[in-house]
Design a protein around this ligand. Structure first.
Ligand SMILES: [Zn+2]
Length: 444
């Protein structure tokens, strides 16, 4: 069955940045069969886009879906104080709450044009089960792709770490559970809908032994590897005191950096660190709103891009963003780069590339992130006839400058996930009310 999406402005986000202002996209068997402008090819069904903009589905490279349960807490705190207030609240999480939170976070992301979500879950209270399975189920129901990580913390406060002792786990249990989840859930190859990544939480909540053994396991199993890194000045001071070096030096010493690795934030880095990221092909998940919300600082994204570092975007957890709107994060990345480096520091199209092909590359995925023949048919359709884009001739730049927008249609593997601005496979109001019922259990 061939479906033709015609009469739209197609921003392919391929390497050359090709756009077709009066373009079409031909989809067959869940894959992009062809894309172009001018004469339309034959198809079984023709969908008229009415001048809408089509972009690749956005790809989120850092999140903590469970945090939708605890928004607007610790409102004036830095990262460490914010975590200390929230860890005890999060210690009550169970599969039911995780499912409700994941449905909310994934629905928000889908409605903002996101087709693939990475989630970094690292809170596993003693005795809890089914947390990762719950978020994978939510992603399957809503229809988006998920890369779920089996995160971990094993450095409790009594050993000099930040998290309370009741939230840290035993190394062997972490590694065994990771292997179990990989065996049960991980898909390989193009079009994978569910993948598992290995993601010890951060240098201040994980021992050197668990960092090292996590990397060994990930590389044995061919999984990607992720952690938080160099987010705040407090983290830098902590690493200096505990390890006698910066966070990036610490990861380098552990032989962690590499093409299979991406790190969240990477705000407090030196020019040499940027060279090391480029040389080792380590990726960066840039989370602009979260960095602003926690007053963490501004990541040197222009320098990363100029050095050839892979950079993608993340909304980060919903307790530090507080939204899960990825198109808005594209705009935030643009504004933050300009606030730091002036009006030529980043173009609107570069920002869009970060959230699409950049993010896909960070996740190690070459089957998504751009609209080219052979790539999966994951894309977002944005209406251009509403109030916000009136007066805009350059609709692609306008989409970014005037964000956020609710996506009109979202397609994953050729199938509609959002149509007419509404979820196809789930009820937004039901998700919101079920989430509120769960969130009450975490109230202050
Ligand atoms: Zn995070």
């Amino acid at each position: 069955m061939k479906r033709l999406f015609a009469a739209g402005w197609i921003a392919t986000c391929d390497e050359a940045g090709t756009e077709h202002e009066s373009g079409w996209l031909l989809v067959e068997d869940g894959v992009v069969a062809a894309v172009g402008g001018g004469a339309e090819p034959e198809a079984d069904e023709r969908v008229d886009l009415g001048g809408a903009v089509v972009t690749p589905g956005l790809v989120n490279t850092h999140h903590h879906l469970y945090q939708t349960l605890t928004r607007a807490r610790a409102q004036e705190s830095d990262l460490f104080a914010w975590l200390r207030e929230l860890y005890p609240v999060w210690s009550r999480i169970d599969a039911e709450a995780e499912y409700a939170a994941a449905r909310t976070g994934l629905a928000e992301l889908a409605l903002s044009g996101c087709t693939t979500v990475f989630d970094h879950h690292y809170v596993f209270p003693r005795g809890s089960t089914g947390l990762i399975e719950a978020e994978v189920q939510a992603a399957r129901e809503i229809g988006v792709r998920i890369v779920a990580s089996r995160g971990s913390m094993d450095l409790g406060v009594s050993d000099g770490g930040l998290p309370p002792d009741e939230l840290v786990e035993d190394i062997d249990a972490v590694l065994a559970d990771t292997q179990r989840l990989v065996a049960e859930l991980h898909e390989q190859g193009p079009g994978a809908r569910v993948q598992i990544a290995v993601a010890p939480c951060s240098p201040f909540s994980v021992t050197k032994k668990l960092m090292t053994e996590s990397a060994t396991l990930a590389r044995q199993l061919g999984l990607t590897l992720h952690t938080h890194l160099a987010e705040t000045v407090e983290e830098e001071a902590y690493c200096m005191e505990l390890y006698g070096c910066t966070a990036v030096e610490y990861l380098t010493d552990l032989d962690w950096l590499g093409p299979d690795v991406w790190c969240a934030h990477c705000v407090h880095v030196s020019p040499d660190d940027i060279v090391d990221f480029a040389g080792s092909k380590t990726g960066v998940a840039h989370c602009p709103t979260s960095n602003l919300r926690l007053g963490a600082g501004i990541a040197p994204v222009r320098e990363y891009l100029d050095a050839g570092v892979r950079v993608g975007l993340g909304v980060d957890g919903s307790a530090s963003n507080e939204r899960g709107d990825l198109l808005n994060e594209v705009k935030q990345a643009l504004l933050l780069a300009r606030g730091r480096g002036g009006p030529r520091a980043m173009t609107a199209r570069e920002a869009l590339q970060l959230g699409t092909r950049g993010s896909a590359s960070v996740l190690g995925r070459d089957d998504i992130g751009s609209l080219e023949p052979g790539k999966r048919a994951d894309f977002a359709v944005w209406r251009t006839d509403g109030l916000e884009l009136g007066g805009t001739d350059d609709l692609v730049a306008g989409l970014v400058f005037t964000a956020p927008h609710r996506v009109d249609r979202l397609v994953v593997e050729g199938e509609d996930v959002v149509r007419g601005g509404a979820l196809v496979h789930a009820d937004e109001d039901e998700i919101a009310s079920a989430h509120r019922a769960q969130a009450r259990r975490f109230a202050r």
